[in-house]
Design a protein around this ligand. Structure first.
Ligand SMILES: [Fe+2]
Length: 224
């Protein structure tokens, strides 16, 4: 995919769509949905966004990860950008026409998707994201899109627990894009060394206020 135009063939899109449909998760090869230049730009823009540590519980911590909010999706509210110009520019880049069209094909969708939430996750040695269900953050989340922005780390495998069959373990490579349904439980195993950085965004056909009921897990709300 060039900066301006997508080069994904219909055959390639169909292959990815079939895998997502069959398995609930698919890994898109580097230089397919995003150019190196675009990923470098995202990494540059995110450096301007303030970071918070998300850690729930004491002995039974559910997460241990640094988060930068790009777009937030609070219960009862419409999604909104969180961090001024940097957020707006990242979302604008994600929403380039060709990329939206390619993703819609991969999702197998007949109607338009919106980005409801977007955030950077930075994980250092000892960081992890405990098992959770994205749909508990927002019942209308359908797919999460996870862009890997770093290569020098160990551990940090992304594990999906499909409703049937064995867990699927993914070792995220730099510049790959992992797409997964928000209806499966999943986790990120502890990082053992280095720094793992990813940009995560959640897509939905619902563009109105977040219909999550407040009683849902506060932990899921933080990470999604
Ligand atoms: Fe998640």
């Amino acid at each position: 995919m060039s900066d301006e135009a997508g080069l994904l063939s219909e055959d390639a899109l169909e292959k990815y769509a079939a895998e997502l449909r069959d398995k609930g998760t698919v890994v898109i090869a580097p230089e397919t949905l995003f150019t190196q230049h675009e990923l470098a730009r995202i990494d540059q823009l995110q450096s301007d966004i303030p970071e918070e540590e998300v850690r729930k519980g004491d002995a039974n911590d559910s997460h241990n990860v640094f988060v930068k909010r790009v777009r937030v999706d609070p219960p009862g509210h419409y999604p909104s950008n969180a961090s001024g110009t940097a957020s707006a520019q990242i979302i604008q880049l994600l929403e380039r026409t060709e990329r939206v069209a390619a993703l819609r094909n991969i999702f197998g969708a007949s109607s338009k998707y919106v980005i409801r939430r977007c955030q950077m996750h930075r994980m250092v040695s000892g960081s992890f994201v405990g098992i959770h269900l994205d749909a508990e953050s927002d019942p209308d989340f359908e797919y999460s899109v996870i862009i890997q922005l770093a290569r020098d780390f160990e551990g940090g495998e992304f594990v999906v627990y499909p409703s049937e069959g064995e867990p699927q373990v993914f070792c995220p490579k730099m510049e790959t894009v992992l797409i997964t349904t928000c209806s499966f439980w999943h986790e990120v195993r502890p990082v053992h060394a280095g720094e793992r950085r990813s940009l995560v965004y959640f897509c939905s056909k619902h563009s109105g206020a977040n219909r999550r009921i407040f009683e849902y897990s506060a932990v899921a709300r933080e990470i999604g």
